[in-house]
Structure formats: structure tokens, C-alpha cells
Write a protein that binds this ligand. Structure first.
Ligand SMILES: CC(C)(COP(=O)(O)OP(=O)(O)OC[C@H]1O[C@@H](n2cnc3c(N)ncnc32)[C@H](O)[C@@H]1OP(=O)(O)O)[C@@H](O)C(=O)NCCC(=O)NCCS
Length: 217
């Protein structure tokens, strides 16, 4: 386990501009997603909840960010026409509900070893764009008052605190900020589109999530 984490980190260091793919979460992703969830939150979601959100809920949009690296073929592999081994990892995930014109970010997390590289931003931007395509009037979320790192990401994407929800988190009675992005404000939307487009120059990124419908069932 520790060895795997070390290998993962050294791979990340070796590859300054890895291939990144934003796509819908599948059942096959659950072991990696639930590991990131467990490392990120005090109250992780159950496997049943993930399966429900992916397959049954009509309002849910579950996303993963996948990192992958293709190795160059060796001389022997070329000679034998063998595809070189490709590596892939789920490095973060998110969830969004779309209900009555509100896109609500239900979860977002990046593997602790992958944080600070802009990957949380990719996940958030993907979910906002999905919401805008569904014609959301606002994008909303709750965040712990102590979680300054996440708040700073949300502020970068023009979320504003509209309310404090007292003792929202049941494990320690911590308050939550209710933060919202006004999707009806054309200036906010224009700046969002600019930020979303910038991600494609910053990263070797493919987005197969935000413009597509979920594969339900
Ligand atoms: C919140 C989280 C998803 C952010 O993902 P990330 O990949 O680390 O963040 P990014 O590298 O994409 O950073 C994007 C922005 O977030 C903010 N940010 C990131 N790391 C930060 C830090 N250590 N301190 C302050 N702000 C920070 C900055 O605004 C940053 O923009 P900048 O690079 O232009 O300064 C990640 O920290 C995480 O998984 N945390 C644990 C789970 C969690 O708290 N989820 C949120 C629940 S509401």
C-alpha cells in the first residue's frame, strides 16, 4: 500500500504534463474513489450510496479525474507488435445533483498526494460546466467553516457565502458556509468560460463529462 503510494507520487513527479481525463464515474472506479473518500473525509460515503448515485438517481452526476501515462514501446514490443503497458489512476472525484434549476456540488476530493496541482479545479470546473449546460440558475455547495483550502477554490470560481448553516456537520457540530455561484450573471459565466478554457492550455486534458449525458442504468 505504502509502496504503491510512493510509486504513484514518483510517477507524478516524473510526468510534468500528464494526460488527464474527466469522465463519468463507473462501478469499476469504486475501489479508487472510496479510497480517496476515506483519506479525505471523516464520514465517507458507503458503496451503496455511490452505486445509487451512479445507477439510480436521475439527478446525480458523478465524475472522476483520471491520470494516465502511456509508456513508449521498447524495441522488442515494437518487433512483436505488443502494445506498451499504459498506467492509469483515478486521482480525484466529485458529485453533483441537479434539482429545480440548482446544480449542487455534493462532493469533491483529490487524492492527498495529488493536491495543489490544479486537479480540484478541473473537477469543480467540470461540474460547474455540466450545471450550466443543464441551465442551472445557480451552483451551490456547503463547506466546513474550517476548510479554507476548499473555500479559496470556490471563491476563485466566484462562489459567495450566502448563509451560515449552524452545526451542519453531525460528527463535530461544525457550521457550514452555504456558498453559491450566480449562473444567471453573464459576467460570472463569461469569466467561468475563460477559466475553463485556460485549463486546456495548462493541462493535457480531455473532458468527456461536462458536455455529455450520464450513462444511467
Ligand atoms: C479542496 C480540494 C478538492 C482542492 O483540490 P486541489 O487539487 O488541492 O486544489 P487545486 O490545486 O485545484 O487548487 C485550486 C485552488 O484552490 C485553492 N487552494 C488549493 N490549495 C490551497 C491551499 N493549500 N491553501 C489555500 N488555497 C488553496 C487556491 O485558490 C487554488 O488556486 P490557485 O492555484 O490559483 O491558487 C482538495 O484540497 C481536497 O480534496 N480536499 C479534501 C476534501 C475536501 O475538503 N473537499 C471539499 C469539501 S467541501
Amino acid at each position: 500500500m505504502l509502496l504503491n503510494l510512493c510509486r504513484f507520487t514518483s510517477k507524478l513527479r516524473m510526468s510534468p504534463k500528464p494526460n488527464l481525463l474527466l469522465r463519468y464515474m463507473t462501478v469499476a472506479d469504486l475501489p479508487e474513489v472510496m479510497e480517496i473518500d476515506r483519506l479525505s473525509f471523516e464520514i465517507p460515503w458507503s458503496e451503496k450510496s455511490y452505486r445509487y448515485e451512479m445507477a439510480e438517481s436521475e439527478q446525480s452526476y458523478m465524475v472522476v479525474l483520471e491520470w494516465h501515462q502511456e509508456r513508449a514501446a521498447t524495441r522488442w514490443q515494437r518487433w512483436l507488435h505488443i502494445q506498451p503497458y499504459a498506467e492509469r489512476r483515478v486521482v480525484g472525484y466529485g458529485g453533483m445533483w441537479f434539482i429545480s434549476g440548482e446544480a449542487h456540488v455534493s462532493s469533491i476530493a483529490v487524492h492527498p498526494r495529488g493536491r495543489g496541482r490544479g486537479w480540484g479545479e478541473i473537477l469543480l470546473a467540470g461540474m460547474i460546466r455540466r450545471g450550466l449546460i443543464l441551465r442551472a440558475e445557480e451552483v451551490a455547495l456547503e463547506v466546513r467553516v474550517s476548510n479554507q483550502r476548499a473555500q479559496s477554490l470556490y471563491r476563485k470560481y466566484e462562489f459567495k457565502t450566502v448563509e451560515i448553516k449552524p452545526r451542519y456537520y453531525r460528527n463535530n457540530n461544525e457550521d457550514a458556509y452555504d456558498m453559491r455561484m450566480d449562473a444567471l450573471d453573464p459576467t460570472v459565466c463569461r469569466r467561468f468560460k475563460e477559466r475553463y478554457n485556460t485549463l486546456f492550455t495548462r493541462f493535457r486534458l480531455t473532458d468527456k463529462f461536462s458536455g455529455q449525458s450520464p450513462p444511467r442504468g
